[in-house]
Design a protein around this ligand. Structure first.
Ligand SMILES: Cc1cc2nc3c(=O)[nH]c(=O)nc-3n(C[C@H](O)[C@H](O)[C@H](O)COP(=O)(O)OP(=O)(O)OC[C@H]3O[C@@H](n4cnc5c(N)ncnc54)[C@H](O)[C@@H]3O)c2cc1C
Length: 520
């Protein structure tokens, strides 16, 4: 075979670098006599970004694929269970709230329960009518019991985790168990080959590292795809205004505090605050638009949130860390023999925690479609780019939905967010359609859709969007009305069962630390 792909060089030791290394090594090294050589180079001077503490349920599969024990992961990364997001004050700015849980509505695959919920909308909120998960989260319950095997769940779940500990945990696993070579050094130059590919990297120590495929996981620096290849950045700032975050870590007032099992997202005058509960601390941050508020005001709003959530003393003494970003992505993610994964490829605000799942998707596609030689690499690159540009587009639409549906009038920020020019055309069209029917599978035709119809339903109906199902057809729909009635009853039964059987998030975490889960 000409130009075989033998060595992959990853630059960057943040979550993107180590997740990519782990997923590639699990497939292309583990159990093989002659495996792929995987080298990860990490700067001793530039720390990983250290935020990114909410994952999707996909992380369970990623950890399992890498051969990680869930018990060890929970113990060593201070992880807790996440079952979705609770959005507060997004709709009216008063005390409204709704859940976007990870579990889809009951029998979502073959039955349109959402339309049968429309006449009941004043009696029960959408999430509570169709899944037990919102109610379980309201009581800070865990998604499983201590007797449930590793990675299995009674309810669907992902994790909240300590980002710093997570990348160190992955590093240990990749190096000790999966045979990834780790070099701690600064990349000081990128050396091109005659054909325009990257041939090697020069390190500060004087060493040169050659490779066949280079993965840029250098975060916002985008050293390979951005600086070396100058692949342009496509801004999404016209739709998504937020460009700054103020982040703090808040100590717990008592070791027995309940641990919320959703990310709390509370809308503010010029953005929103995330609140992520770990067993020993909370991670809190105010994501906002610098064009709509000053740094001083943003900090005051963050402090007042902390004070209102029981951290009054801390809010006076804390010094938040400021992180600037620009919503958008590279015009392509794979160019020649270089792929950007993680922040180097793009970033939008963490409203639905979509960054880590994009890393997992990229690493999985790389792993599955890894070209065995250079000659077919451009074909794989074209497909990779097509897929990830579609993902960026769909993330922008879904995030924007949260802003478009808001009826808040208390600041320019919310009014500007509903301005016609700021709404992506596809989203605008979909909203027109959904006034007359609920979002369903056919609206999202790809199997790897990040935000399927269920997610749209939770946000639309959580924020009181009205779908007007023609009343004559509704009356003639006797058979499916009966089925819907049974499903609503079934959900009530499952909810009671979940509330009785599930321990609190705190209890389960304590037990995992003490006893561990059963291994499957
Ligand atoms: C405010 C905020 C909140 C977020 N919240 C979430 C969330 O809840 N959920 C979620 O999924 N995502 C979230 N994210 C995104 C998430 O943090 C990132 O996607 C994730 O941490 C991956 O980062 P990274 O590895 O791409 O970059 P980084 O963590 O920045 O790592 C970059 C690496 O490159 C190395 N490097 C840089 N230059 C060189 C060089 N010259 N030589 C060698 N090495 C070099 C550095 O040493 C470092 O190891 C959030 C992001 C922000 C900004």
């Amino acid at each position: 075979m000409s130009d075989p792909l033998n060595t992959v060089v990853i630059v960057g030791g943040g979550t993107a670098g180590w997740l990519t290394a782990g997923l590639l090594a699990a497939e292309h090294r583990q159990g093989l006599e002659v495996g792929l050589e995987i080298i990860l180079i990490e700067s001793p001077d530039v720390s990983p970004i250290g935020v990114g503490e909410g994952t999707w349920p996909t992380m369970r599969t990623s950890l399992q694929t890498m051969g990680v024990s869930e018990t060890r992961f929970i113990r060593e990364c201070d992880a807790s269970f996440k079952q979705g997001t609770r959005f507060s004050r997004w709709t009216t700015g008063d005390d409204d709230h709704y859940y976007h849980p990870f579990a889809p509505p009951i029998r979502f695959n073959d039955f349109d329960l959402a339309r049968h919920w429309q006449p009941l909308r004043d009696k029960v909120n959408y999430a509570d009518a169709v899944t037990p998960q919102g109610r379980a989260c309201e009581h800070a319950l865990a998604p499983k019991q201590i007797t449930t095997p590793e990675f299995a769940g009674n309810l669907n779940y992902g994790y909240h985790l300590d980002a710093g500990k997570f990348s160190k945990f992955l590093e240990r696993h990749c190096v000790e168990k999966l045979g990834v070579t780790h070099i701690v050094d600064n990349v000081v130059s990128v050396n091109g080959a005659d054909n325009g590919d990257i041939e090697s990297l020069s390190l500060q120590s004087g060493e040169t590292v050659n490779g066949d495929l280079f993965i840029d996981c250098t975060g916002f620096a985008a050293l390979l795809l951005g600086k070396h290849y100058e692949v342009p950045y496509r801004s999404m700032q016209d739709y998504l205004f937020n460009d700054r975050a103020l982040a703090v870590q808040v100590p717990r007032s008592s070791p027995d505090d309940p641990i919320a099992s959703t990310t709390l997202s509370t809308a503010q005058r010029a953005g929103w605050i995330w609140d992520i509960a770990l067993p020993n601390r909370r991670g809190v941050g105010y994501v906002h638009s610098s064009a709509h508020t000053s740094d001083e005001q943003a900090e005051a709003d963050l402090r007042s949130y902390l004070a209102s959530t029981g951290s009054a003393e801390f809010s006076e003494s804390c010094a938040p860390r400021r992180i600037d970003f620009s919503a958008g992505h590279r015009e392509k993610l794979w160019h020649r023999n270089c792929v950007a994964v993680g922040l180097s490829g793009g970033f939008v605000e963490p409203l639905e925690a979509s960054a880590l799942v994009m890393i997992e998707q990229a690493a999985n596609m790389l792993s599955e479609q890894l070209p065995p030689n250079r000659s077919i690499m451009d074909i794989v690159a074209k497909r990779f780019n097509r897929r990830f540009l579609r993902h960026w587009h769909s993330i922008a639409d879904f995030l924007k939905l949260h802003y478009v549906l808001s009826r808040r009038e208390d600041s320019e920020y919310w009014r500007d967010n509903r301005g016609a020019g700021s709404i992506p055309a596809d989203l605008q069209e979909s909203l027109e359609l959904w006034r007359y029917r609920c979002p369903r599978y056919q609206d999202f035709s790809h199997v790897d859709e990040l935000f399927p119809a269920a997610s749209y339903q939770y946000v639309l109906y959580g924020m009181n969007f009205e779908t007007e199902w023609p009343s004559k057809r509704r009356q003639s729909d006797t058979a499916s009305r009966a089925t819907a009635g049974e499903l609503f009853e079934e959900n009530i039964r499952l909810t009671k069962q979940a509330l009785q059987a599930l321990p609190t998030n705190r209890d389960l975490i304590n037990k995992v630390h003490e006893f561990g889960f059963q291994k499957i």
